[in-house]
Write a protein that binds this ligand. Structure first.
Ligand SMILES: NC(=O)c1ccc[n+]([C@@H]2O[C@H](COP(=O)([O-])OP(=O)(O)OC[C@H]3O[C@@H](n4cnc5c(N)ncnc54)[C@H](O)[C@@H]3O)[C@@H](O)[C@H]2O)c1
Length: 275
C-alpha cells in the first residue's frame, strides 16, 4: 500500500516540465486509458495537446481536465478510420497551435473469435481501424511533422502482435501488421527527420481490457506477469511520451515492450523470486 501511495504521489513532470514546451501533440484514442494518460503526461510536461477520440464527449472531458490542471489542450471528435475526420483533426492542431510535432495513436478495436468460425467482417474492421487508420493518420500528419525539429510518431501495439493470441486472431494479427508498418515508416521517413516507434503493452488496467477480459482471466494474467500485477495506464503513458519526446532523439523503428517482464517469462510458470 505504501509503495502504491508513493507511486501515486510521484511527480508527473519527470521531464522537468521543459522538454515538451513549444511542442504540439495530436493524441488519438485519448478519450480513455493509455491515450488519455499520454495526453495528460504531454500536457504536464509543457506540450500542447489535441485530444482526439471517436467519442467526442470523452475527448472534451479529457481536454477540459487538462486545462483545469493548468495545461493547454483542445479536443476533436475523430474516427481514425475516416480520412475526413483525420484531415479535420490535423487542421484543428494547425489552427489552434500553428504546428504539429508529435502524434500518438492509441485508438484500436478489439475483435476476437476462433479462426475456424470468426466473422471475416471483424477482420476487415480490425484492419481498417488498427492498420489502415494508422497509415492514414501518419501520412496525413507527415507534411507538418517534416517542419518540426522534434518530429515523432508513437503507435501502440500489443504482446499479441508478437505471440499467439488464441481467439483474438483479428486483434493480434493487426498488431503484428502495425509493428511491421511502424518499422517501415521509420525507415522511409528517417530522411524527413521523423522518428517512428511503437510500444507494446502487456496487460494494462484500462476500460478496454476490462471490457474484453473476465475478472478470472485478468487474475490469471496478473499471476503470470513477473512483476505480479497489471500495468497502469500512466506507466504506459510515461513510456510512450519518453519515445515521443526529444529525450529519445536517437531512437527510431523500435518496438518497446512495456509489460512487467511478461514477454521474457517464457520459462516462468509463476513468478518466484527464489528461483
Ligand atoms: N489495455 C491493455 O491491456 C492493452 C494491451 C495491449 C495493447 N493495448 C493497446 O493500447 C491502446 C489503448 O488501449 P486502452 O487499453 O487504453 O483502451 P481504451 O478503450 O481505454 O482507449 C481506447 C480509446 O480509443 C478510442 N477509439 C476506439 N476506436 C477509435 C477510432 N476508430 N478512432 C478514434 N478513437 C477510437 C476509444 O473511444 C477509447 O477512448 C490500443 O491500441 C490497445 O490495442 C492495450
Amino acid at each position: 500500500m505504501e509503495a502504491d501511495q508513493a507511486f501515486q504521489d510521484r511527480p508527473r513532470d519527470w521531464m522537468q516540465h521543459s522538454r515538451l514546451v513549444g511542442l504540439v501533440a495530436l493524441v488519438v484514442g485519448a478519450g480513455s486509458g493509455i491515450g488519455e494518460e499520454s495526453a495528460r503526461v504531454i500536457a504536464a510536461n509543457g506540450g500542447k495537446v489535441v485530444v482526439a477520440d471517436i467519442r467526442g464527449d470523452a475527448a472534451n472531458d479529457v481536454a477540459a481536465a487538462i486545462v483545469a490542471a493548468g495545461g493547454d489542450a483542445t479536443s476533436v471528435s475523430m474516427d481514425v478510420a475516416n480520412q475526413a475526420d483525420i484531415d479535420a483533426a490535423v487542421a484543428r492542431a494547425i489552427e489552434a497551435y500553428g504546428r504539429l510535432d508529435i502524434v500518438v495513436n492509441a485508438a484500436a478495436v478489439v475483435k476476437g473469435g476462433p479462426i475456424e468460425t470468426c466473422d471475416l467482417a471483424d477482420w476487415t474492421l480490425s484492419f481498417r481501424v488498427n492498420v489502415e487508420g494508422a497509415i492514414m493518420l501518419a501520412r496525413t500528419c507527415l507534411p507538418h511533422l517534416r517542419g518540426s525539429p522534434h518530429a515523432s510518431i508513437v503507435q501502440i501495439a500489443s504482446l499479441s502482435g508478437m505471440g499467439a493470441y488464441p481467439n483474438g486472431g483479428a486483434y493480434g494479427t493487426t498488431k503484428a501488421a502495425l509493428i511491421a508498418l511502424t518499422k517501415t515508416m521509420a525507415m522511409e521517413w528517417v530522411k524527413d527527420g521523423v522518428r517512428v516507434n511503437i510500444v507494446s503493452p502487456g496487460t494494462v488496467e484500462t476500460p478496454l481490457m476490462r471490457a474484453v477480459l473476465t475478472p478470472e482471466v485478468v487474475e490469471q494474467r496478473a499471476a503470470r506477469i513477473p512483476m505480479g500485477r497489471l500495468g497502469r495506464p500512466s506507466e504506459l503513458a510515461d513510456t510512450i511520451v519518453f519515445l515521443a519526446s526529444p529525450m529519445a532523439s536517437f531512437i527510431t523503428g523500435q518496438n518497446l515492450n512495456c509489460d512487467g517482464g511478461l514477454s521474457q517469462a517464457l520459462m516462468v510458470q509463476k513468478f518466484n523470486p527464489d528461483l
